[in-house]
Design a protein around this ligand. Structure first.
Ligand code: GDP
Length: 426
């Protein structure tokens, strides 16, 4: 992805999340100076396997595992300070030294305990399949212009004043929602007083850091969470997350202009999964879905929830190529398909007997489409040892060629296992 003209690259999930972005960011981080998380919160977990160790990163950019890389939590992220420091302490306990190379945007909004109460209360009525970690209500407050930002903790008195109003409002809402539980103002004061002394020294203008870095010729990776089909504008609304996961969100959430971005890598699984509710046209509802889940270990990294599994959906990835402006694809988990004698690929959707080339905006329409499948021969050989395309069985290469043709973007990486070294650069 990086060449003499490419300094700033976005890594996005091009399906419904969990595509293996953490692994790709970890692999690419070797070549960069800065990694920035640009949206989402502690609901998304990236799993990175380095040698024998496994790390699950929720809010800290995956680049932290590389000692040379500076990591920034961008303004587009909603930061849960409590879990942020738990995660940080966990990394330190495992020998990672983040000193002087982990910073947080002073503009990032804070997830407070009252947001989690509101999240759980609204999930009961809306049933979107959220993780109850307060992400949605924090973004609602951001856009409702009543958020509390990292920079507000610089003045504890100001923060207390804001908390007093917000907690009172949250408790009124909880009452209206018919929930008995209430947010405790004293506990909020205590939390903020305890964490501010650790958080404030990390607070900077992260957009400025990226801007200066690029001007000095440093390489930057912008790391997204979730996937394009969960984008609040472009995803399967309302079964979406509360932020712009797509590449446009990267510029906004990192605090740089879109012209600073040189390339966008879309991470796709060699098949499809989704967590939570909402349509999944190529879902394999027969035993094959179970088999994909078992072989791919398709359970949420943070929540442990089983993921719904199905075949590669080219309509989704074509759409993702378009809305993200993808300049390359990274296909992950090819090895999960190693044992299948035949592999269906959803090439297109059929709606009421007619081909429907584009992704419908309306989930009610998407619920009704039937995928058109092409069945490709499997390879029935392990791919986990392949390090060059030429090492792959011919059927696996044909499978990748077909995915590339159907998707409309070149494949730049193929991942064949969880470990760092299990990657093919095309
Ligand atoms: P992310 O949020 O997009 O980073 O994805 P997750 O970390 O939630 O899920 C990806 C999972 O797949 C993790 O457990 C990774 O270790 C694993 N993974 C990534 N790439 C590969 C691969 O090529 N093969 C296999 N078998 N597992 C992979």
């Amino acid at each position: 992805m990086f060449d003499p003209k490419t300094y700033c690259v976005v890594v996005v999930g091009a399906q419904w999340g969990d595509e293996g972005k953490g692994k790709l960011v970890d692999v690419l981080a070797e070549k960069v100076d800065l990694v920035v998380r640009y949206q989402g919160g502690a609901n998304a977990g990236h799993t990175v396997v380095t040698g024998e160790s496994q790390f699950i990163l929720q809010q800290i950019p995956s680049g932290i595992l590389h000692p040379r890389v500076t990591c920034l939590v961008g303004n587009g992220v909603v930061l849960d300070p409590e879990t942020f420091f738990t995660e940080l302490d966990g990394l330190v306990a495992r020998g990672i030294d983040p000193k002087g190379r982990l910073f947080v945007s002073e503009r990032a909004h804070l997830v407070m305990p009252y947001h989690k109460l509101l999240d759980r209360a609204s999930e009961k009525s809306q049933n979107i399949g959220t993780t109850g970690r307060g992400i949605g209500p924090t973004y609602e407050d951001k856009y409702g212009r009543r958020g509390i930002r990292v920079g507000d903790l610089r003045h504890l008195e100001t923060a207390r004043g804001l908390l007093r109003e917000r907690v009172e409002r949250a408790n009124q809402l909880l009452g209206l929602m018919g929930v008995a539980e209430r947010a405790d103002l004293g506990a909020h004061f205590e939390l903020v007083a305890r964490l501010a002394p650790r958080l404030v020294p990390l607070a900077v203008d992260t957009g400025l850091v990226v801007h200066r870095g690029l001007r000095e010729g440093r390489r930057v990776l912008l790391e997204g969470a979730q996937g394009a089909l969960l984008d609040v504008d472009h995803g399967t609304y309302p079964f979406v997350t509360s932020s712009n996961t797509t590449a446009g969100g990267a510029a906004v959430g990192a605090g740089i202009g879109p012209t600073a971005i040189d390339g966008v890598l879309g991470v796709v699984k060699a098949y499809t999964t989704r967590v939570g509710n909402g349509p999944l046209p190529t879902e394999a509802t027969d035993g094959m879905g179970e088999e994909l889940r078992r072989l791919g270990g398709e359970f949420g990294a943070v929540t442990g929830r089983p993921r719904r599994c199905g075949w590669f959906d080219a309509t989704v990835v074509r759409y993702s190529v378009r809305v993200n402006g993808l300049t390359g694809l990274a296909v992950t988990k090819l090895d999960v398909l190693d044992s299948f004698p035949e592999i269906p690929v959803g090439t297109d959707y059929v709606l009421d007997g007619h081909a429907c080339g584009e992704m419908p905006a309306d989930v009610r329409v998407l619920e009704r489409v039937k995928p058109h499948y092409e069945v490709l021969p499997g390879w029935r050989k392990p791919t986990t040892g392949a390090r060059r395309l030429a090492d792959l069985p011919p059927q696996a290469r044909a499978y990748l060629d077909r995915l590339e043709d159907l998707s409309g973007a070149p494949i730049r990486y193929v991942s064949v296992g969880t470990r760092r070294d299990q990657i093919i650069e095309v």
